[in-house]
Design a protein around this ligand. Structure first.
Ligand code: PLP
Length: 341
């Protein structure tokens, strides 16, 4: 199979149309079989539930070329499981996780020519999503839905080296207690756009959201979970029912404990503790871990000891181990890697 002529190292994180995508429709109470199509544009009714009441959810994962030339995805079953949960909370029909994984693997296989080669730093980003396609005007769940998976090649996250982030504690809230913070709903992102644009205007890379009820505990950013490293080398992550359960973060916590022999803990983390941590990172599929060098709380600066030049030592080990597993350089725990054949 001949690869497309793309400057892999020069890619950013933008939509590039690839050849094939998977589509399945839900009609009259059942999912149709679905299949691959070359149609990237779609026509829906003006009154579709997604357009009127934002009934939609999505997932994000990547396909990688390993050192020995295989194409693999990382724990797609967990994305399938998470989408099932998103669907339930949004009164959308569940697309079963086995079929989800199958659709992901088929879409990647069909777009094999767009999977960046090993060593380029680029990857094939995979975007499964579902939306209400049937018309609704009274507020209620739609009767019709569409599930889709498309792919787009994306460039290396850290172009020209790692650069630790400066983040601010936000006055906006991301998720209400008992709301939708724990599911991957498009609406969580729509209402975060104002806060991120404002953060960028003020010179910050990201917002650190606190728990909406007490505004004393750390939650996450708009699209990534936190991990912290204590001065005695323990890896801790916030526990809250309104955080989106990041697959990267869950994998890093496992790697910390089982591969690196570090102590790990998921617990409530108070804003007051931030000044005591040695390292801080943002975890998500896009970057795996982005180190945070500085946290600004309304003018008060917390400068983490790991500094603004590079990742801290524990963050680096976590990053190298997880990316090693994803790229096939380090043996993965059973079931983590799904090869595309
Ligand atoms: C998708 C997402 C993450 C990261 O999850 P991964 O599974 O690691 O990619 C974190 N926070 C939010 C709000 C998200 O939507």
């Amino acid at each position: 199979m001949e690869k497309k002529k793309i400057d892999w190292g020069g890619l950013g994180f933008d939509y590039i149309k690839t050849d094939w995508r998977f589509v399945a429709d839900y009609k009259e109470g059942a999912w149709e079989e679905g299949g691959l199509t070359d149609q990237g544009d779609l026509v829906i009714n003006e009154c579709a539930g997604v357009l009127q009441y934002s009934q939609s959810c999505f997932e994000g994962l990547k396909a990688y070329t390993t050192e020995d030339g295989r194409i693999v995805t990382f724990r797609p079953d967990l994305n399938g499981e998470r989408m099932e949960n998103s669907c339930r909370r949004l009164e959308m029909p569940v697309y079963p996780r086995e079929k989800f994984v199958d659709a992901v693997l088929r879409t990647v296989k069909a777009n094999e020519a767009f999977v960046p080669p090993y060593g380029s730093g680029a990857t094939l980003y995979i975007r499964p999503f579902m939306f209400a396609s049937g018309p609704v005007i009274g507020v209620k769940p739609s009767d019709e839905y569409q599930f889709r998976v498309f792919t787009t090649p994306v460039g290396p996250y850290f172009k020209g080296g790692v650069k630790p982030l400066t983040i601010r504690i936000s006055d906006f809230d991301r998720a209400a207690p008992n709301g939708t913070g724990h599911i991957k709903a498009g609406l969580n992102y729509a209402m975060s756009l104002y806060a991120i644009v404002d953060a960028h205007k003020q010179g910050f890379d990201e917002n650190m959201y606190l728990d909406a009820a007490t505004r004393t505990k750390v939650e996450e950013t708009g699209g990534a979970n936190f991990i912290f490293v204590t001065k005695d080398g323990k890896v801790v992550t916030p526990k809250s029912s309104s955080i989106l359960p990041s697959i990267t973060r869950r994998s890093l916590m496992y790697v910390a404990k089982e591969y690196l022999g570090l102590e790990t803990e998921e617990r409530e983390i108070y804003k007051e503790e931030l000044k005591d941590f040695a390292e801080c990172g943002l975890c998500g599929t896009a970057a795996v871990i982005s180190p945070v060098g500085k946290i600004v709380d309304h003018g008060d600066e917390i400068c983490l000891p790991c500094g603004m030049e590079d990742m801290g030592p524990v963050t680096r080990k976590l990053y190298d181990t997880l990316t090693g597993i994803q790229m096939g350089r380090i043996e993965a725990p059973a079931g983590w890697i799904r090869e595309i054949k």
